[in-house]
Design a protein around this ligand. Structure first.
Ligand code: SAM
Length: 355
């Protein structure tokens, strides 16, 4: 018997309670544990039936990823309480930034723009000054990465102000870490990445992300560099269709074109499997929704797929892709079972640094 839980709001809300950073839904049988090789992980504490919704997590920061923002239908509303896509010709007008920072920043209504005024003020001067030069010199990928960092810092600032004003109280219960606490505890460090990458990021932090009048975040440059390492190990691409559907449909259906990138405090705990038991897909508000793709038995790890399984099928191509893009050697059940008898030693001996 399948059980599906959808958390939706019929009337879009324009304001978000920053202190309210818990996921909108967590399955009561979803627990967290630690694996000696993979680190934190999700597990099932009881049977989770196929079709059950395991998690609906709000992004702590999300950016649109589109070519030609002015003419693209996939731009998303900048208000974190909304994040809905705002097509060019929708009934609700597209509201650009009054300060004309960049064309990628829009709100789907006056109400969303007004509700997002303070958070956007944090990024607006930075975008206006640096977006053009960063895009021209470093390219779209690095610009997107830096903008996600700026949005994480903006959200943190809003959360701190909320706490300071006394409207938010105690930190979250120890087991799950929500909001900035969740971001702060994400895995990833300079050791995961090549020296060249870390050197380039260090330069980017020095040039564009230092604490100062343009970006008053109050953090050290080392902490911001660490945040980049965490973001790069934990961010999600947002695609219109589900990722991790198994068995592969025939003919194969890919997940579509990426329209955004986001960081989620709780969804980031999910490890990868090339034979996942969860599919993931963003909902209309950019919330990450995990759904059980088969019955998950008590004690079993709950995994997503980090990539489109229709694109990489053979063991060697999956491992190469994970090595290149995610910097780890996959230890999932499927990879271990497909390894030729003489291969494990070679893979297991591979250093994680400088891959
Ligand atoms: C997005 S994080 C997942 C949560 C992480 N385990 C933690 O402790 O926060 C991705 C990291 O988890 C580990 N990981 C995820 N899936 C793995 C797998 N199939 N095999 C080995 N390591 C994995 C890798 O270290 C990877 O860089």
């Amino acid at each position: 018997m399948s059980q599906v839980v959808y958390i939706t709001e019929s009337e879009p809300s324009t304001s978000i309670d920053i202190s309210q950073t818990q996921p909108d839904w967590m399955h009561p049988q979803l627990i967290q544990s630690t694996d000696p090789t993979k680190g934190r992980q999700f597990r099932a504490s009881g049977l989770i039936p196929k079709g059950a919704c395991l998690l609906v997590d709000r992004p702590y920061a999300v950016i649109p990823v589109v070519d030609e923002p002015a003419t693209n239908d996939n731009l998303i509303c900048s208000n974190p309480a909304c994040n809905r896509r705002a097509p060019r010709h929708s009934a609700s007008a597209r509201n650009p930034c009054p300060n004309a920072c960049i064309a990628d920043v829009i709100w789907c209504s006056d109400a969303c723009r007004d509700a997002d005024k303070d958070r956007h003020a944090f990024e607006c001067t930075w975008l206006k000054r640096y977006a053009g030069p960063i895009r021209a010199k470093w390219g779209e990928y690095d610009f997107g990465m830096l903008w996600v960092i700026v949005r994480l810092l903006a959200m943190r600032q809003s959360q701190l102000q909320h706490v300071d004003s006394g409207t938010s109280t105690s930190p979250s219960p120890k087991k799950w870490k929500y909001g900035w606490e969740g971001i702060d505890s994400l895995c990833g460090s300079a050791d995961t990445w090549s020296h060249d990458k870390v050197r380039a990021w260090t330069t980017l932090v020095k040039k564009y992300l230092q604490n100062g009048p343009v970006l008053p975040h109050g953090m050290t440059s080392d902490r911001v560099l660490h945040l980049i390492c965490q973001e790069e190990a934990n961010s999600f691409g947002l695609y219109p269709r589900a990722t991790g559907v198994v068995p592969l449909p025939y003919p194969p259906i890919d997940r579509g074109e990426q329209f955004a990138a986001a960081v989620y405090p709780i969804a980031a705990i999910a490890n990868h499997s090339c034979l996942p038991n969860i599919t993931h897909k963003p909902d209309e508000q950019g919330r990450m929704v995990f759904t059980a793709s088969r019955d998950i038995v008590p004690g079993e790890e709950c995994c997503i797929s980090y990539f489109d399984l229709t694109q990489y099928t053979a063991l060697a191509s999956r491992r190469e892709h994970l090595r290149q893009s995610f910097k780890f050697v996959c230890q999932c059940e499927r990879c271990l079972s497909e390894e030729p008898a003489d291969e494990p030693t070679e893979w297991n001996a591979m250093p994680m640094m400088d891959l």
